[in-house]
Design a protein around this ligand. Structure first.
Ligand SMILES: [Zn+2]
Length: 664
């Protein structure tokens, strides 16, 4: 099947060529718009290193994993070109699509014949498996839906869509759509898009309220985002309508109708009536991100307000210091408000990615800096910890504490260190696609000018109504808080340049043309007026190490403090403590002033942070409790505590680690 025809005119499609990256709204109802593909470039520092490892190691090795674990063979078997039984969980196709999405964005960043060849080959495998009527899901085609993942023991069935709570048929379809859009925008080739369009047409015919249509939703959201992106790419309104239908149909008992508890599936309360996030964390945030897409494209202010309240409640009560989401291993789920255990945190890497996607869409819709702040926290901590500095090993679970003597009882256990792949491999290719599309999160535009939300050395450009604005960003962020924005090209007309000042950056200063002014944290420093080539605007964000305390209701962290520096959360690792001092016994000096402690080359030149503390004597004893009158062990000897960015932990071997540290 031909799959790699050049699309003759990319600019003919609403999203194609003119708007960018992870999300490209078309409706004009969002406050902000992404910059064009390739117009924002990370060219050095923290993210460039991770993107390089992603390109050179993760993506090539990822293709090999898809061969070794059977993902590609499953599709070949469904196509009839291979013999054998399909392997792995029911959503195996989605890993292929996430890999294709990563490869597509990556080719857009920097074209590569090798990558293009890989994309073409994998696209052919996918296309060959598609059924005549557009249906595509290799595992269901061969083995049936509703198998092996459901705790309630849904009986396997070869019938399509008979076990949607667990079959992931729409989930796989959604990832295919996202991949197709990425490959189309990143390579200009439309072969995968043709496959996605045929599947989307099949879904739009099959599902909905119309005569002969099926009223049902997939247990795992993501098709909502995929359909809206496909609508943006093709202009086909039916895809947006179906995404809207899926969002509205949720929370009305469709999943419960299969005999399941609806909470896990984000199906207990209609999206526009929900006041918080609950259930399976990745499902919940993917659904919210898809709903934000629908709200943006349809101008649905009520839905957007509901999502704003849900996001706020998540930040205030259900998100970790690292931006990690989901505190329960049981059901990979959000817990109750303030239920945030550090050692048993689930905080799936995919949940941080979904959180980033939701935050980005809320930022576009509202222009509110709090979403860019949340996105930064998730990216630098909960997400970045999910992948090794070498780029090809992954955490599925991102706990904030690993105890001495902890036993890795599961392939996902943090105590076992990062893994090259997983039997359920949702996280690795999700990391890949996030890193390869990351440039798209740096900046946006509106009618007046350009907004810089995330800081990295590189270039950003945009065609504004008055002409082209082109900027070079020079910085050693996040290690250094100085961000110099050099104007390379500017329109004659006045423009507004907005630079985000994170909420943690109290005391930030903006310098321009010899003048200097303080700027408020938690918003944007704004420069208005005519700019010319050679102008430099400099933002100085104080990144000095600081101590952070938990909300008083977070029982698990009560009496503890954490170290932060700029956007980074820090962690104590056993290997950095003096001989004989255990992380579990360390007490942080609450009155101390943490300071920089030099760089560590083997952790990507990360700046370490020094704090003062004590090593409390190990109490031991016959039980884990004492009479209230028994004194606590004395404060012990003073120790020098050196912490590293949480995102870099377990890159020098795995050992005990903690983020929240008790105070004396
Ligand atoms: Zn995952």
């Amino acid at each position: 099947m031909p799959t790699t025809a050049e699309h003759p005119d990319r600019s003919a499609a609403p999203g194609g060529g003119s708007t960018a990256g992870p999300v490209a709204p078309t409706s004009g109802t969002t406050r902000l718009l992404p910059v064009a593909p390739g117009a924002a470039r990370v060219e050095g520092g923290w993210w460039a290193e991770r993107q390089r490892a992603n390109r050179e190691r993760a993506i090539p090795e990822g293709r090999q994993h898809l061969e070794d674990w059977g993902n590609l063979d499953n599709l070949r078997i469904a196509a009839g070109s291979h013999e054998g039984e399909v392997r792995g969980p029911v959503f195996m196709d989605s890993d292929v699509y996430k890999w294709l999405e990563a490869a597509g964005w990556e080719h857009g960043r920097e074209p590569s014949e090798r990558l293009l060849q890989d994309i073409r080959e994998v696209t052919e495998v996918v296309a060959a498996a598609q059924a005549e009527d557009g249906y595509l899901d290799s595992v269901v085609q061969e083995r049936g839906g509703a198998v092996e993942v459901g705790p309630s023991g849904d009986a396997g069935s070869r019938e399509r869509y008979t076990g949607l709570p667990w079959s992931h048929e729409h989930y796989c379809a959604g990832h295919l759509m996202q991949a197709a859009v990425a490959v189309s925008r990143g390579t200009g080739e439309r072969g995968l898009l043709d496959v996605a369009v045929r599947l989307a047409d099949h879904l739009a015919t099959t599902f909905g309220d119309g005569p002969g249509q099926t009223r049902d939703v997939d247990g795992h959201p993501v098709v909502e985002m995929g359909l809206v992106e496909l609508f943006r790419e093709t202009g086909e309104r039916r895809y947006l309508d179906l995404a809207q239908w899926f969002v509205e149909a949720r929370g009305r008992g469709l999943v419960a109708g299969h005999g399941h508890d609806p909470t896990y599936f984000s199906d207990r309360v209609p999206v526009r009536e929900a006041t918080t996030v609950e259930g399976h964390a990745v499902r919940a945030v993917y659904l919210a991100a898809g709903a934000a897409d629908v709200a943006a494209e349809t101008g649905d202010g009520e839905l957007l307000e509901a999502l704003r309240a849900q996001f706020a409640h998540m930040l205030a009560t259900k998100s970790y210091l690292t931006g990690g989401l989901g505190s329960r291993w049981d059901g990979e789920a959000f817990g109750d408000p303030y239920e945030l255990p550090a050692d048993r945190a689930y905080a799936e890497t995919c949940a941080a990615i979904g959180g980033v996607q939701w935050a980005w869409r809320m930022l576009l819709a509202t222009g509110d800096a709090l979403y860019a702040d949340a996105l930064e926290r998730m990216l630098y901590n909960g997400f970045a910890a999910g992948v090794s500095l070498s780029g090809d090993e992954y955490f599925y679970v991102n706990a904030l504490q690993v105890r001495g003597g902890s036993h890795a009882d599961h392939e996902r256990s943090p105590a076992g260190g990062r893994q090259a792949w997983f039997g359920c491999a949702c996280c690795p290719p999700n990391v890949m696609r996030t890193l390869s599309s990351l440039d798209g999160y740096l900046a946006t535009t509106d009618a007046d000018g350009l907004q810089l939300h995330q800081y990295a050395p590189g270039h950003v450009a945009a065609d504004l109504p008055g002409g082209r604005l082109s900027l070079a960003v020079e910085t050693d962020y996040p290690w250094d808080g100085r961000v110099a924005v050099r104007v390379l090209e500017a329109p004659e007309a006045p423009v507004t340049l907005s630079l985000r000042v994170p909420a943690w950056a109290e005391g930030a200063v903006l310098r321009r043309g010899g003048s200097e002014e303080p700027v408020d944290a938690g918003g944007y420093a704004v420069v208005r007026g005519a700019l010319s080539a050679g102008d430099v605007v400099e933002l100085d964000l104080p990144v000095a190490p600081r101590l952070t305390r938990p909300d008083a209701r977070v029982d698990d962290a009560r009496g503890c403090l954490a170290l932060e520096r700029g956007p980074l959360v820090y962690a104590l690792e056993q290997r950095d403590l003096p001989e004989g001092v255990l992380v579990d016994d360390v007490v942080l000096d609450a009155e101390g002033v943490p300071s920089d402690a030099g760089r560590v080359e083997e952790l990507g030149d990360a700046v370490r942070v020094r704090a003062t503390g004590r090593a409390r004597a190990h109490e031991g004893g016959p039980s884990t409790h004492r009479p209230a009158g028994d004194p606590l062990p004395g404060p012990g000897d003073a120790v020098d505590l050196v912490a590293v960015p949480y995102a870099t932990w377990a890159n020098r071997g795995v050992g005990p680690m903690r983020v929240w540290v008790p105070t004396a």
